[in-house]
Design a protein around this ligand. Structure first.
Ligand SMILES: [Zn+2]
Length: 450
C-alpha cells in the first residue's frame, strides 16, 4: 500500500476539509503527508480564534475547544487534539470501518464537537440505532476540522460538494484567496460572506462566480453538485440539501459566452419576486428575495415564461438562447423545437403581410388548449383563402411536435410560438405603436397555476 493519506470520500465535510488543506499547503490532495498537516495547525487555529471566525465555529463545531467557553487554553487544547489525530492516522488501506473513507478503522467515535450533525453524546437526535456520535477514523476527523475554511456563510453555513475536481479546486482557491486577503489586511471577517441570506440565490451566485472567475471550459464539465445548508448549532441543528442538476450547470456554463448574456441577466432579474424595480438602487435590495427562475431550475420546472415579456411583446434572449435552454435543460427534441420555430415564422410572416394585430392578440388570449387550436384553425383557413398554398403545419407536425401531449404541453407550445413571433415581428410591433397593455398573466401569476 502507498503512504497516501487522503482520497476523496463522498462525505461533504471530509472532502471539503481535504480540499481546504490542499489549498492551504499548495499541494494536490493525494500528495499531502503528515508534515504538511502538522505545519498548518497553528495558522488555522490562530484564524479560528479571531472573533468572527469563532462565531462561525459555533455553527460548525459547538463545544469544541474553540467554542467552549469553559476551556481557557483554547489554542493548546485544540492543537493537542489535532496533533493526536495526526499521530493516530494511518495511510489509506483497502478496508476499514470508518463511515466516511471505509479504508481505515475508527479509534474513537466522534460527536458534534468534531463532526457536524452527529448529535451530542447523550442527547441522541439524528441517530440510527441511538448511538452517541459517528464512526470516523482519525484522518477523516482531522480533515473535517478544516472544512470551515471553505464553508460559505449564509445565515446558516453553506457547504459545496462536487465530484468535479475542477469545481472543488476553484472553489477552495476562491475561499483561500479570501482568507489570504483577511490575513494580509489583518481584518478577519470569518467564513466567506457576501451578504446572502437566501441559500438558493447564494448557490447560483457561487456557481456563476466560479464560472466567470476562472478561465476553464466549464461547459465540458459534467459535474454533480450538492449544496449543504446546515447549522450544527446546539439549540437546533438543521440541514437542507440542494442538488444542481448537471444540465442546469452545463447551461449556466454555456451562457457567459453567448452574445445574449446580458439578456440572460435580465431574465434572471425577472425571476425576483416582491421587488419594486422603480425603487431599487443596488443589488443588496433584492438579492435575497425569492427568485422563481432559480427555484424552477432547481426543481426541474420550466422557466420559458421568463424569456417572454408579453406586456411589451418582447422575446428576451432570442431564439438561439431559448432553444439551447429547451434542448439542454428541458431535454426537448430538436425536431420539436424546429417545428415550433417554423410555425412561429409562418405566423409572423402572415400577421405582418395582412397587417393584423388582432390575429396576434387572439393567439395571445387563447386560454386553453381548445381555444388555441381554434385560433390556429381559423388562421389556417384564412391563409388558404388568401391564396397561401403551403400549410401552416402538417398533420404529423401537429401530432408529434406541436402538441405531443395535447393538453399537457399546449401552453409551452403557445409560449414558444409567441416568443418566436415577438422576435420576428419586433420592428413591426414597435411600428404598430401598439402598447395596448392587454391583461395577460405575468410570470409571477403564471406560477400559481403550474
Ligand atoms: Zn475515514
Amino acid at each position: 500500500m502507498s503512504e497516501k493519506i487522503f482520497d476523496f470520500t463522498g462525505n461533504p465535510f471530509v472532502d471539503a476539509g481535504i480540499w481546504a488543506i490542499s489549498q492551504w499547503v499548495g499541494k494536490k490532495p493525494a500528495e499531502l503527508d503528515k508534515d504538511d498537516l502538522r505545519k498548518i495547525i497553528d495558522e488555522v487555529i490562530f484564524l479560528y480564534l479571531t472573533p468572527k471566525w469563532s462565531k462561525n465555529m459555533y455553527q460548525i463545531f459547538p463545544n469544541n475547544p474553540i467554542t467552549n467557553n469553559a476551556v481557557k487554553d483554547k489554542k493548546d487544547r485544540y492543537s493537542q487534539i489535532l496533533n493526536e489525530l495526526i499521530e493516530e492516522m494511518s495511510p489509506l488501506s483497502s478496508n476499514g470501518d470508518c463511515i466516511s473513507c471505509g479504508r481505515r478503522n475508527v479509534l474513537n467515535r466522534s460527536t458534534k464537537d468534531r463532526v457536524p450533525l452527529t448529535g451530542s453524546k447523550k442527547v441522541i437526535n439524528y441517530f440510527s440505532y441511538g448511538i452517541d456520535g459517528a464512526d470516523y477514523c482519525p484522518a477523516c476527523t482531522f480533515a473535517i476540522q478544516f472544512s470551515p475554511l471553505i464553508t460559505y456563510s449564509c445565515v446558516k453555513m453553506l457547504l459545496i460538494h462536487s465530484n468535479s475536481d475542477k469545481i472543488m479546486h476553484y472553489w477552495s482557491k476562491k475561499a483561500k484567496e479570501n482568507i489570504d486577503k483577511q490575513m494580509s489586511t489583518k481584518n478577519y471577517t470569518g467564513c466567506l460572506n457576501e451578504g446572502f441570506k437566501n441559500p438558493k440565490n447564494a448557490l447560483f451566485h457561487i456557481i456563476q462566480d466560479i464560472i466567470l472567475s476562472y478561465d476553464v471550459r466549464w461547459y465540458l464539465e459534467k459535474p454533480s453538485i450538492n449544496f449543504y445548508h446546515f447549522t450544527n448549532f446546539s439549540q437546533g441543528p438543521a440541514l437542507d440539501i440542494y442538488h444542481i442538476p448537471t444540465p442546469v450547470f452545463k447551461f449556466l456554463a454555456y451562457i457567459p459566452q453567448h452574445e445574449k448574456f446580458e439578456e440572460w441577466l435580465k431574465i434572471v432579474r425577472r425571476g425576483y419576486r416582491f421587488v419594486d424595480w422603480n425603487k431599487v438602487k443596488e443589488e443588496n435590495e433584492y438579492k435575497n428575495n425569492p427568485n422563481t427562475v432559480y427555484n424552477n431550475l432547481l426543481e426541474g420546472k420550466s422557466i420559458i415564461r421568463f424569456f417572454i415579456d408579453r406586456k411589451n411583446k418582447e422575446a428576451i434572449g432570442g431564439w438561439d438562447l431559448i432553444s439551447h435552454y429547451l434542448e439542454e435543460v428541458r431535454n426537448m427534441e430538436e425536431k420539436r423545437i424546429n417545428a415550433i420555430k417554423k410555425v412561429g415564422d409562418e405566423l409572423a410572416a402572415y400577421i405582418e403581410s395582412i397587417d393584423d394585430m388582432k390575429t396576434l392578440n387572439r393567439l395571445e388570449m387563447a386560454n386553453d388548449y381548445r381555444s388555441f387550436r381554434n385560433v390556429l384553425r381559423i388562421i389556417m383557413k384564412k391563409r388558404i383563402s388568401n391564396g397561401i398554398k403551403n400549410p401552416l403545419f402538417t398533420f404529423d407536425d401537429y401530432v408529434n411536435y406541436l402538441f405531443p401531449e395535447g393538453n399537457l404541453t399546449w401552453r409551452e407550445t403557445q409560449d414558444l410560438i409567441l416568443f418566436r413571433i415577438y422576435e420576428k415581428l419586433q420592428p413591426w410591433i414597435i411600428q404598430q405603436g401598439n402598447q395596448a397593455k392587454i391583461e395577460i398573466q405575468e410570470p409571477e401569476e403564471a406560477q400559481k397555476e403550474e
